[in-house]
Write a protein that binds this ligand. Structure first.
Ligand SMILES: NC(=O)c1ccc[n+]([C@@H]2O[C@H](COP(=O)([O-])OP(=O)(O)OC[C@H]3O[C@@H](n4cnc5c(N)ncnc54)[C@H](O)[C@@H]3O)[C@@H](O)[C@H]2O)c1
Length: 251
């Protein structure tokens, strides 16, 4: 378990859910990990659980001042990340809706975090990685940005399709400077993001019924693929979408 030995990784939204599982797995693989989250207390608690190879960083990805300050702080500490997982995201259940019923405010709140937040994270990650001679950036996409899974979630689905496009564009623009960018697409994964579905037996059965492997994803399912992309095993992978979705987007 030493595939990330010598690497420093920053993971946004790592206080809980998928991001936390990624941080824990990266640490097991030998990386130093930065738990970046807007929830200061939960980030500190996650970092404490991992131990000395982890540090917490309060960062609101929707706020460029916060993102820039976070990267500057890491540089000052000698913790400039060569791996960045732009994972933080929101899904506004009960508010996001088919377009005729969608409030502009809900659209903006979703875009501010998911799309603008990912843009800001990647922008400052690239700036940090250029002097290092390269790095690996991993984005968290969604099946809703690939097919009609999210037809009732107009803002969320559109934000995730935007992330997929951002990943391809940045990968093409910076490949010659050693920066790889890939997007991992989890299917329905039982975290706090989706408790609206998890707590509704009919909705849960319906979504699992659309996953050919017949179960929900786990945060650990996603972490394994991200280890590959962060490590030198993934050296020839860039600009790609990695569907870790139990086959959901095949049907
Ligand atoms: N859970 C799923 O079924 C699923 C499926 C596909 C994609 N995803 C994506 O995976 C990513 C992680 O989701 P999750 O399920 O672990 O969710 P989660 O709600 O468990 O965790 C999200 C984390 O992001 C943090 N966060 C939210 N807004 C932030 C901001 N502005 N700045 C910094 N941190 C912020 C939260 O505090 C939280 O710790 C998201 O991008 C989500 O869209 C999740």
């Amino acid at each position: 378990m030493t595939r990330l030995m010598g690497k420093t990784a920053l993971i946004t939204g790592a206080a809980t859910g998928i991001g936390r599982a990624v941080a824990e797995r990266f640490s097991v693989e030998g990386a130093r990990v930065v738990i970046a989250d807007r929830d200061t207390q939960a980030a500190a608690s996650a970092a404490q659980t991992i131990g000395a190879s982890a540090r917490a960083l309060t960062m609101d990805i929707a706020d460029e001042t916060s993102v820039a300050a976070g990267f500057a702080e890491l540089e000052g500490l000698g913790w400039t990340p060569g791996v960045v997982v732009a994972n933080a995201g929101v899904q506004l259940f009960g508010h996001d809706a088919p377009i005729a019923d969608l409030d502009l405010d809900v659209w903006r709140r979703t875009m501010d975090v998911n799309l603008t937040g990912t843009f800001l994270t990647v922008k400052h990650a690239v700036r940090a990685m250029l002097p290092l001679g390269g790095g690996s950036i991993i984005l968290t996409g969604s099946p809703t940005g690939v097919n009609g899974e999210g037809r009732d979630f107009t803002a969320y689905s559109t934000s995730k399709a935007g992330i997929h496009g951002l990943g391809r564009t940045v990968a093409a623009a910076y490949a010659d400077r050693g920066i790889r960018v890939n997007t991992v697409i989890p299917a329905y994964t039982e975290t706090s993001l989706v408790t609206t579905i998890t707590s509704d037996p009919a909705a849960r059965a319906a979504i699992i019924g659309r996953i050919p492997l017949g179960r929900a994803g786990t945060p650990e399912d996603i972490a394994g693929t991200m280890v590959f992309l962060a490590s030198d095993d993934g050296a020839f992978a860039t600009g790609a979408l990695f569907q870790v979705d139990g086959g959901m987007t095949t049907i």
